[in-house]
Ligand binder design. Structure first.
Ligand SMILES: Cc1cc2nc3c(=O)[nH]c(=O)nc-3n(C[C@H](O)[C@H](O)[C@H](O)COP(=O)(O)OP(=O)(O)OC[C@H]3O[C@@H](n4cnc5c(N)ncnc54)[C@H](O)[C@@H]3O)c2cc1C
Length: 425
């Protein structure tokens, strides 16, 4: 890995990727595999901390496997499979069970992003991509007469990078896409994250989501890491009582006041100060322009229902690489050719996000669906929990929530819970 370029660099790369998170490094990996000449830039030096809940879904694990990273992480004992988990509903109906035995695999693995992102970057480099660290992109410009991009760093000493195609994989705020006028709005959601030090807490489960009253459609999550630390996150998703600016207050409120969390942490928990990051949800309307693509959080590739984006950033990276392979064959990087990228990711996961958004609106108004779900899990057992979890983690489409075998018992349970509530009051 390197942090400098030749100042008088005459090389014109096929593709320059700004941002070496899961979106950027998977794109670099898949493009380098085709034999393309790739440069991957990041303002940080790896390994670097990335604020996250570290929940890596099966869909993301597939990419890690292809990149030769999953086994390495397992061999080094740096991934923790979530076997025992579940949910706590707004009315505090709780269902926690071992789903791994029933499933024969694990839907989620916790991997600290500091570890996973570095391994992914190294995989891209092994495949032939050139990585330049501590290259903080200040400005990008497409030279129409020369048909390539010029990319400049805040540090002039690092020289100018030239490339035929530019990819913005620079995270939710995506200054690159905004500077080009392709994105015109800030991210709409936020999430906090803290590590609770191993040996100081008393958390027994592996991963639990808490839809505490008032925070829905957002939620809280607790996941155990391979090193024994626990990560706590508080997702504020628009549509509920709380707004992004309430994050600090809400995070603290639930970290200390939510009964399941308080019990899991215990009296001696060593908790680091709160950190947070923005979430751009649901996919942007346009993620392409002439000689240009947007990948991952920058393109809003985050599920509006869960705030999860790692798997979609990786999927988008693969789709971007495939689209560019065809564009390079034709030597045509026009909007007409590159808009296929948008169509493909919409088909792969973007349409699903539309259902997520609808469900967010419903849950914000009728949180009793979550109570009904937890109630049914208690009645029907772990198989029912798994149906919910496979859909929530993106292994199955959201539309499956509306299949009669899931939806009908849920509606009946809602009626039942309403009756119980009316009888009590
Ligand atoms: C608190 C929190 C918890 C989350 N929990 C989960 C979870 O548990 N599971 C899940 O699936 N998703 C989770 N997400 C979402 C997940 O973090 C993102 O979807 C994922 O990181 C997207 O990857 P990316 O590569 O698109 O962007 P990023 O991971 O943000 O990477 C962007 C990269 O670009 C670099 N960069 C930015 N600007 C420049 C520049 N000007 N020049 C050079 N480099 C630049 C950055 O340094 C960074 O390395 C969470 C998000 C937050 C904020």
């Amino acid at each position: 890995m390197t942090n400098n370029t030749n100042k008088d660099n005459k090389e014109i790369f096929d593709v320059c990727i700004v941002g070496a998170g899961p979106g950027g490094s998977s794109t670099a990996f898949y493009l380098a595999k085709q034999g393309k000449n790739i440069v991957l830039l990041d303002k940080e030096k790896f390994p670097r901390r990335k604020i996250c809940g570290d929940a890596i879904s099966q869909r993301a694990q597939i990419h890690l496997e292809r990149m030769g990273v999953l086994q390495e992480i397992l061999d080094e004992g740096k991934g923790h499979y979530s076997a025992v988990g579940g949910l706590v509903s707004p009315r505090r109906i709780t269902y926690i069970d071992n789903s791994a035995e029933e499933l024969g695999s694990h839907l989620i693995m916790s991997i600290k992003r500091e570890i996973m992102d570095e391994k992914m970057v190294r995989a891209a480099v092994r495949e032939g991509a050139k990585l330049i660290e501590e290259y903080n992109v200040k400005e990008v410009k497409f030279l129409k007469n020369k048909k390539f991009w010029e990319v400049k760093s805040f540090n002039k000493e690092q020289g100018i990078i030239k490339a035929k195609v530019l990819i913005a994989a620079d995270g939710a705020t995506s200054k690159i896409s905004r500077s080009l006028g392709i994105l015109d709005s800030p991210p709409e959601a936020v999430c906090s994250s803290v590590y609770i030090q191993a040996g100081t807490h008393q958390y027994k489960d592996d991963g639990v989501c808490l839809y505490t009253q008032d925070i829905v459609p957002g939620y809280l999550a607790l996941f155990k890491e391979a090193d024994g630390d626990v990560v706590f996150c508080c997702y504020i998703i628009p549509g509920g009582r709380y707004k992004s600016e309430d994050l600090q207050h809400v995070h603290q409120l639930f970290l200390t006041g939510e009964p399941y969390v308080a019990e899991a942490l215990g009296p001696k928990a060593k908790i680091e100060p709160m950190k947070s990051g923005p979430l751009r949800l649901g996919g942007v309307k346009k993620s392409y322009a002439k000689n240009f693509l947007i990948v991952g959080d920058a393109a809003g590739h985050i599920d509006p229902l869960t705030g999860e984006g790692i798997q979609y950033a990786m999927d988008a990276g693969e789709i971007a690489a495939k689209t560019l392979e065809e564009a390079f064959e034709k030597e045509d990087f026009s909007e007409r050719i590159l808009k296929v990228y948008q169509k493909r990711w919409m088909k792969s996961f973007g349409k699903d996000f539309k259902w997520s958004s609808r469900m967010v609106r419903v849950l914000a108004k009728v949180p009793i669906f979550l109570d009904a779900f937890a109630y049914l899990c208690n009645k029907k057992g772990v198989k029912y929990l798994l149906k919910w979890a496979t859909i929530m983690t993106g292994s199955e489409p959201k539309l499956n929530f509306f299949k009669p075998n899931l939806a009908l018992p849920l509606l009946l349970a809602v009626v039942r819970l309403k009756l119980i509530k009316n009888q009590k009051s």
